[in-house]
Design a binder for this molecule. Structure first.
Ligand code: CP3
Length: 345
């Protein structure tokens, strides 16, 4: 069975000869090859230059031997295309000017034409597919509407989500209008990525876990259901739904949709899978900080994740969130080798 098919087959819960593995943020600052390019270009320059984005997309395939490539980009380029000004500052993370907190602000955001306004993303996809030459599939992605809304409303990463929740609870109609606009934009964006050549999709709901389950159900779930039902390519390419810190409401995450549910490490993998049901695949869920442990301890934890998956078809090995930037590169290389060796059927 070709390597190319391994990851896709696992997404469809078919029998595989070993567990496929890829890592969120597999291309990034922990990698020396990435740092060498980053020294000469800002992060956004790298995202917007299709030649560089495609090159960086392939770095982890070559260095780690992962079973899938994920497009090098960022969830916030979509928000920029909707009319907000985006900057990344060293050590501070993303900044969006003029956060949206009123009905007028929501009205001013435009739904981009992804083909045209995010042309550089589509070019990077085409180039990456060419450079991959079928070795492994290419995953495209988008932020989920709620995670994008949190950036649009806060203007930056947040711990408390104070403005997001304030808008949700005191201007529910404006919040809903924002979610609708973002959902429409995400649908168009991921459909364009499939047209450009991605072979799977991941929807990142990185901050869904800040919500009470009943608020997720009321303010987020209806939009998520529309998103998953309108990804035209459903059935054509598998869709992974990563819901971070949503262990207490995985039943609702499952209702939202996705062929594979991605989970963080705060819930044991077997319990998560039991809760979402075995009619979907599961992705995860090693604590990214486990990679700072000695190799024998990493191995013990990898075995634990694999034991919990119990060789049931539909497990894709990943971390529970992105690779931390200070992770020793050698440990990441060792992790991928370990998963391949320990999961061989
Ligand atoms: O996974 C991959 O390798 C693909 C590339 C990718 C990046 N960001 C590259 C990146 C993906 C899929 C993302 C998604 C993303 N971006 C999310 C959702 C996933 C998650 O982590 O929860 C979010 C919330 C963002 C927004 C974002 N982008 C933040 C908060 C930051 C700062 C993080 C930090 O540690 O400073 C970024 C920057 C970013 N995105 C980097 C990379 C490689 C670091 C940029 C640099 O070189 O300085």
């Amino acid at each position: 069975m070709s390597e190319r098919q391994l990851f896709i087959r696992a997404c469809w819960r078919e029998e595989v000869e070993r567990t496929p593995v890829w890592l969120m943020r597999q291309a990034g600052r922990y990698m020396r090859a990435y740092q060498r390019i980053r020294e000469r270009h800002s992060f956004l320059e790298m995202c917007k230059n299709p030649r560089i984005a495609a090159e960086v997309t392939l770095q982890p395939v070559e260095r780690l031997g992962v079973d899938a490539a994920i497009l090098f980009s960022d969830i916030l380029v979509l928000v920029e295309a909707m009319g907000m000004r985006l900057e990344f500052h060293e050590g501070l993370g993303p900044r969006l000017s003029e956060p949206v907190r009123t009905p007028e602000g929501v009205h001013r955001l435009r739904v981009p034409d992804a083909e045209r306004d995010l042309h550089y993303v589509m070019e990077a996809i085409k180039l990456a597919r060419k450079k991959l030459r079928g070795r492994v599939p290419l995953i495209g992605f988008s932020g989920a509407p709620f995670t994008l809304a949190s950036y649009v409303i806060e203007g930056r990463s947040s711990r408390s989500f104070r403005f997001t929740k304030e808008m949700m609870f005191s201007q529910p109609e404006a919040f809903c209008a924002l979610m609708e606009k973002l959902t429409t934009a995400v649908i168009d964006y991921v459909n364009a990525q499939v047209d450009a050549g991605v072979q799977a999709l991941q929807i990142f709901d990185s901050w869904a876990g800040c919500l009470a389950p009943q608020d997720y159900e009321q303010y987020v779930l209806p939009h998520m259901r529309r998103l998953f039902s309108e990804i035209e390519a459903r059935g054509e390419v598998p869709v992974i739904h990563f819901a971070n810190q949503a262990g207490t409401f995985l039943d609702k995450v499952r209702l939202a949709g996705g062929d594979v549910i991605g989970v963080d490490w705060r819930i044991p993998l077997d319990e998560a899978w039991r809760r979402v049901g075995y009619e979907v695949g599961i992705q995860g869920n090693l604590d990214p900080l486990a990679l700072f442990a000695p190799l024998h301890e990493i191995e013990r934890r990898v075995r634990d994740v694999l034991d919990r998956a119990a060789s049931r078809p539909g497990h894709i090995f990943n971390l529970g969130h992105g690779v931390h930037k200070d992770t020793p590169e050698e440990k990441v290389v060792a992790l991928v080798k370990m998963v391949k060796r320990l999961s061989a059927r």
